[in-house]
Structures are given as C-alpha cells and as structure tokens.
Design a protein around this ligand. Structure first.
Ligand SMILES: [Zn+2]
Ligand SMILES: [Zn+2]
Length: 286
C-alpha cells in the first residue's frame, strides 16, 4: 500500500481532462436520468436483453475471458460477434480494452496499473477514464499491448470505429420505439453497464474476501459477481487469469461459466480452461 504513495498518476487537473470522453459521460448520465421518466415494461425488457448481450456476452465472455485471457476457443465469426457486443457497452474497442486489461494484470495495484484504488476509489471506478492517460481509440498505440488482435484487420477497424455498432443500434431503436426506447436501450443501459463493470476495478480491489494470496489486492465479491455475470470473483481470477470459470465452487454464482458450459454442450466453444482449487483453500475461504 505504502509503496504507491509517491507520484500518483491520479491527477485531476483541468489539462488532463479527456474532453470527448467526459462530454459523452455527462450526456449519457443525463439521458439515463431522463429515461426514468419514460418507463414501460417493453423499454425495461429491451434494456435487460441488450444488457445481457453487451455486458454478459460482450465484456465477460468476449473482451475479458476470450479476447484478453484466451480461456477457451471458438470460431472466428463467434469471436467477432462477441467483440461487436463488447462495443455496445461504450467501453471502447477490443484492442483498447484488451490492452488496458493486460496492463492491469501485469501491474495490478502497483505502479503502472491504469485503475488501482491505491490512487483512490473514485479514480479506480471512473476517474481513470475521465483523466487517465488512455489512448482511447489510438489503435496504433494500443496495438503493441494486444498484437494478437492488432494482426486482424476486423479488430483494427472495430477498435477505431467502436462507436459505430452502438450508433446503428440506436438508430434501429429510434425507428422501432422512438426516443423512449433509445433512452432505455442505449443511455440507461450503457450507464448501468459501465458502473457495474467499473465496480470490478474499484470494489473488488477493495472489498471482499481473499481465497488466494495474490500479489495484488483483488477480492471475491458475491454482490459484484451478481451484477457482472460472475466477474466479481476477482481474487479467483487474479490467481487463475486464464481460467474461463471465475466462480470456482458451486456457491460462487458465475452466470458466464454456466453460459460457457451451455455453449460447449452445443459445440459453439471448445478447449475451455478451468482452474481447480484444493480443499484447504476452500476451508480458508469459509
Ligand atoms: Zn483486477
Ligand atoms: Zn482479467
């Protein structure tokens, strides 16, 4: 904890503000609040289904467990489908997301970690997005951290134009259900998805239990896991990054793992990597 005190990168000075990102965040948060005045069951159901595809498939199964850590294998079309779902979260393109996350694993809670609570809980949650040195869709810069994805022209295109699928989806929702459906299916859904995902960077590096003595501060958090399709079992994940299963026991609810098992049963995914834990580690967690 103490080693991190000097030269904090959490610099909130005006000149560091990422204007494009900050403007988008203000607009989306405003529109998300406006959505609350246009509730309908249809809007809610559309938002929930899109949330499942964007965060459940796009982030958890795609960007995180497949594109970053290669915890399982699948066909190129399904890989691309997951990446397009990932862009619907407004968390950036696949090369940016994967590069940022690999840097996080390399320097977790040490100097060089783009989002550690050692620089403040707000910094780890969203400060790093607004003020951090992140080359959002600078594909050339991020490519060196994700050369595997950067070798693929589709991922390079999607990384630079990551907002295109979200814009197209917005236009479809506008045509089908008017502005109220756009507010729910895009604005509110994106804002909730962002905060749930960001909790993995902030909350699960601060609060929860530690089964494994990893060299970072990662924690297992049942409530973050509930909000993120199983991503909250973050101490398990830092101990076994390649494992496509994050909740390692029957009582650690991991919807993405259950989805993967179903996808494996119907032949969509294969070579799924799973960490095994020993009895004494279970006792320690109890
Ligand atoms: Zn982490
Ligand atoms: Zn990871």
């Amino acid at each position: 904890m103490a080693a991190r005190a000097e030269a904090s990168p959490a610099d909130y000075s005006y000149s560091n503000l990422n204007w494009v990102t900050a403007s988008a965040m203000v607009a989306f948060h405003g529109a998300a609040i406006a959505a609350l005045f246009f509730f309908s069951w249809t809007n809610l159901i559309v938002a929930l289904v899109l949330h499942w595809f964007a965060v459940g498939f796009g982030i958890s199964l795609g960007y995180h467990r497949l594109h970053t850590h290669r915890g399982y294998k699948t066909s190129k079309p399904f890989e691309y489908f997951l990446a397009v779902c990932g862009t619907l979260t407004l968390e950036g393109g696949p090369i940016f997301w994967v590069a940022t996350h690999r840097v996080h694993h390399k320097h977790s809670d040490q100097e060089g970690d783009p989002h550690t609570p050692h620089d403040g809980g707000f910094w780890a949650h969203m400060g790093w997005i607004l003020f951090g040195d992140m080359h959002h869709n600078n594909t050339a810069t991020m490519a060196k951290y994700a050369p595997d994805l950067a070798a693929d022209p589709f991922y390079r295109w999607l990384n630079t134009y990551h907002y295109v699928p979200l814009v197209l989806l917005g236009l479809i929702l506008l045509a089908v259900g008017g502005w109220p459906l756009v507010l729910w299916g895009i604005a509110l859904r994106v804002v909730i998805g962002l905060h749930f995902t960001w909790l993995v960077n902030s909350a699960t590096h601060m609060w929860g239990s530690r089964r494994f003595a990893t060299r970072d501060d990662s924690r297992n958090s049942w409530w973050v896991a509930l909000l993120t399709f199983g991503e909250g079992w973050h101490n398990n994940h830092h101990a076994h990054p390649v494992s496509a299963r994050h909740g390692l026991t029957w009582y650690e609810f991991d919807p993405s793992w259950l989805t993967l098992k179903a996808l494996r049963a119907v032949g969509v995914v294969r070579d799924v990597k799973v960490a095994k834990i020993r009895e004494q580690q279970l006792e320690k967690a109890a």
